[in-house]
Write a protein that binds this ligand. Sequence first.
Ligand code: ADP
Ligand code: ZN
Length: 599
Amino acid sequence: MEEKQKNNNKNDKKQYILLAIIVILMIALAIGIYFLTNKSANSEEKEIAYTELIKEINEGNIEKIEMTVGSTTAKVKVKNVEEEKTAIIPSTQAFIEFVQQQKLDGNNIELIQNPTNVFVSISSTLFSLLPTLLLVVLIILFFKMQGLGDKGKVYDSETTKSKITFNDVAGLEEEKHEMIEIVDFLKNPQRFNEMGAKIPKGVLLCGQPGTGKTLIAKAIAGEAKVPFISMSGSEFIEMFAGLGASRVRKLFEKAKKISPCIIFIDEIDAIGSRRNSSGGAESENNQTLNQLLVEMDGFDTDETIIVLAATNRPEMLDKALLRPGRFDRRITIGLPDMKGREAILNIHAKGKKFNNDVNLKSIAEDTAGFTGADLANILNEAAIIATINEHEAITNKDIEDAVKKVTVGLEKQSRVISEKDKKLTAYHEAGHAIVSSMLETQKAVKEVSIIPRGVAGGYTMYKSDEDKYYISKTEMEEKLVALLGGRAAEKIVLNDISTGASNDIEVATNIAKDMITKYGMSETLGPISINTEQDPYELQLLGDKFGDAIGAEVKILLDNAYMVAQKLIIENREKLDKVAGALLQKEIISAEEFQDLIR
Ligand code: ADP
Ligand code: ZN
C-alpha cells in the first residue's frame, strides 16, 4: 500500500464524515423545528377542522381565538369546553376578516393576535427551504466528485517516482526475470517498436495479499525510472453511478500525459469480477469494467504504458479482461520458500540493530506459510518489543515474541498451517510424486512442494514433454493413477482422507468421462462421442440404459486407478516416507533431490 494513497483515502473519508455530520445536523434541526412549530398540533389537544370551526363560529359557540401573526395555527376556546382546541387556518387573512365581520354582526368572539415569534418564523422558513438546501449541497458534492468542479485536479490516483528497485525485492528471481523485458521496454520503447516487437500491455499479478505484488510493480517503475500511478479497484466502486467509469477514464488520461509510465491497479477483482445482468451495484461495476476494457484497447503499444493489476482471485475475473491485448500475461507470486524468507528477513533487517544470538536463518525455518509482509512485520514488531524492554539491540527472544504475536494474528485469519496439516500435505504430494515416478508413461517430477499456493496446500510439478499430438489410452489410465496417488497416500499412511484431494478427483473424473464419452475408449460402449455438456438431451436420445452404462464405465476406470495407486504406495512405502520426510524438513524439493531420495 502506498503511504500517500492512504492519506488520500483518509481525506476522502473525512469528507464523507463531514458530509454525514452536516446532513444529520440539518435533519435534527428540521425535526426540532417541526416539533417547535407544531407543538400544539402534535400534543394531546384535540384538533378542530376548519369547516367545523366556521360552523361553530356561525353558531356562536366560539369564545376565544388566539393566533400568532404569520402562523396558520390558531387556538380556539369552545363554549362550555375546558380544553382549548387547535385549528389549521388555510388563509389567515381571509379568516381574520371573517371573524371581524362576525364581531361586527354581534358575535361575541375574542380574537387575540400575538406578534410573530421571530425564532419560530425564521426556523419555519428554514424548514421549508431545507429540502432544497440539501439537494443543492448534494448536487455540488456530486459535481465535485465527478471532478467537474475543479479543473484538471486528479485526486483519485497517486503518482510517485518509485525509488524501489529489484534489489529491494527478495527472492522472486523468476518473476523479476520475467519483468526485465518490461523494464527494457519502458526504458527504450523505440527499439522495440522499430523491431515490430509487441510488448504486453497488461500483466496480471496473482497472489495472496502481502506477497509483494505492489512491491514488484513499484520496482519495475523504479528500475525503468518511470512514474508509477496506482489505484485500488475498490476505489472505483462508488455510490454514484458512472463515477467508477469516469475515474478509469481520468486515470488513463493522466497516464497518457506522463507516459512512459506504469499504472498499477490493486484488487482488480473489485471491478473485474465476472459480469452478470443484475442491476444496482453490479451494473455500476459493469460500466467501470467496460470503461477499463475500452481504455485497454484504446492505447497503442507505442504509448508506452504498462498496466499491472493485482488480484488474489484470478478465477473470479471476467474473461474479457484476460483476452489478448489486455491482461494476457499472468505472473503468479507464491508464498516465499525457506530461502526466500531468509532473503526477505535480510532485506528488512537493514537499519536494525541485532544481538549476536539472532539467527535469521532459523527464523526463516520456523515461518512456513508467512508472506513477505508478515516477515517485515515480525522484524518491525521485534524492534518495538526490544525498545519497550530497553534492550541494547534486538535479541533472539524479542524476535521469537514477535513471531508469536504475528502468528496469533495469522491464526485468527486461519493462515497458519498446523503440523498435522503439513504432514498430510507432505504425504499427499509425496504420494503423487512417488506414484507417477513408478508409471511408465508419466512425465518426470520437476518439483514437489508443501508451500501453499492458492487454495492448494502444496503442489507437484512435472517436467513438460515434447509436443505430442496423441495421448494413448494407457497414458490416460496412468494419469488417473497419478492423480489419485495423493488420496491413496493419505489413506494408507494416515488411514484417513481429506478434502485436499478434491481437485485431483475432479480432474480425474473429467478425464475418465472424456475417455468414455469423447474418445470412445470403452470396451463395451465402443467408439462413440456424446457431447453431454453442450446438449444434455443427446444423452436422453440414447436412453437411460446407455447413461447408466457410461456412469458404470467411468466408475470402473476411477476405481481401478485408485487400486493401482494404493498398491504402488504400499509397495513403495519406504520411498514415500523418505520424500514426505524431506518435504516436511525442506518444504520444497527439486527434481535432482527427488531422484536421489528414490534411488
Ligand atoms: P501485495 O501487493 O502483494 O499485497 P505488498 O507488495 O504490498 O504486497 O507487500 C507488503 C510489504 O511486504 C512490502 O512493502 C514489503 O515490505 C514486504 N514484502 C513483501 N514481499 C517482499 C519481498 N519479496 N521482498 C521484500 N519485501 C517484501
Ligand atoms: Zn493432489
